[in-house]
Design a protein around this ligand. Sequence first.
Ligand code: FAD
Length: 500
Amino acid sequence: MNASQDRSIREVLIVGGGSAGWMTAAALAQALRQDCRITVIESEEIGTVGVGEATIPPIRTFNESLGISEADFVRETKASFKLGIEFVNWGKQDHRYFHPFGGHGRNFDYVPLHQYWLKARAEGESAPIDDWSMAWQIARLGKFARPTQDPRSVLSTFEYAYHFDAGLYAQYLRCYAEDKGVVRIEGKIGDVTLNAETGFVESVTMADGRIVSADLFIDCSGFRGLLIEGALKTGYEDWSHWLPCDRAVAMPCENAGEPTPYTRSTAHEAGWQWRIPLQHRTGNGYVYCSSFLDDDKAANLLASRLDGKALGDPRPLRFTTGRRKQHWNRNVVAVGLSSGFLEPLESTSIHLIQANISKLIALFPDKDFDPATIAEFNRIAITETERIRDFIILHYKLTQRDDAELWRYCAAMEVPETLQLKIDHFRRYGRLVAREMDLFAPASWLAVHIGQLNYPERLEPLIAYRGVDARDWLAKVRGAMEREAQAMPGHAQFIRSLIG
Ligand code: FAD
């Protein structure tokens, strides 16, 4: 092939340098090792959203694919380990449950273990299903060690992720990407030029007049969606009727004691509060619905509910839950907040950044921008986002709280059919119906159904034919988990020995 026939992408421009921008730059620098110029434009004056500190286990795959060592990462981003999320006051007031990374117990039969637990419960067992989660047994003691691979051991039944300082993570990835040749331009983009014939983005013009052109543009400009919406008018599907929270206020505080190896989400009058413990501080925020609470009151309520002394002023954020109608439009791919937003209840935004990056690499275009490639990218991206949306709505829909307008609205609202079907199956026989591209495995759905008090009307019919008395097995599994958790080092001690 001669040079004039070469249709390869040679210039990629990433607009924005938040978590999305630098994660994309690092991953593309690793994937496109030569003959492609990658540039990031970011504006210190505009800044980043500055939150986004809790993650889910696939983040480990992302770091591993870049060859980042865990010790280095934990040291540089002041990270702590995360075994799941404790939900407080969600099902009803003064009630709590744990959504663990990993399942409950170990199946010993082809009727799932939770059915045996439901049977035992009907016969008087009072221990919560959380007690059969290895992640919770470790988390409640404030301990941590990595899982093992041996499927016979209860230590193979959990997973973990991290809490980290998002600003430090972006800085870390910036060094990584710049080492691999990525070029950073500081400054504000004032204008975007489209090709008059094709409608593709040709270049951006900086406030100082510089023009930067490229073949492929990655829009990591945050909520404003400078290219995908500002220039291409792609459109947005609004999901506020299912997820009515539209504001947040964030305020870090000093740690009170050692960091817990889990996130906490506490439901309040008009939304919920996150608590994310890092090595050097605790991240906090109140996500709320502006129809039921005003901004000043939300900031005051958050300030009054911190573990330790506030570090800085409250930081207000506004958002509309939903998704961009296409994540990839012409030669622009939206990654991060520019592609849409789901509230951080299950810490999924950073994962969605990672998911769009993986798809982009798997479906990397050439200058012809094959429409079938773009359609496939959008099909997967949209399905993935809708599956996560359903899982988040589940938490609101299953509430039994009737003490405030938000909760009454959510308990009564109609939900997407895809979710209603899952709720109905669980309510009937405790069955977990999985769907293509579900990010959250049946174990996660189980934790939320049971945790939010959606107990099935009947047991799985198959259990009547098994003739198995599972009580011994349940006691044995729980005992083994308790013993293994007791023997682990403390979470803070584990971090100290890891980072030296
Ligand atoms: P931003 O951080 O907003 O970055 C945008 C970039 O674009 C900036 O560098 C900016 O300077 C640049 N830019 C914009 N316009 C221009 C211009 N005209 N010229 C030049 N540069 C420009 N995610 C999780 O996974 N876990 C969480 O716990 C979590 N918590 C969250 C809590 C809240 C309240 C919110 C709102 C989000 C949360 N998220 C969370 C989401 C997470 O913060 C984001 O997914 C992540 O930070 C990525 O943001 P971004 O890079 O897309 O956008």
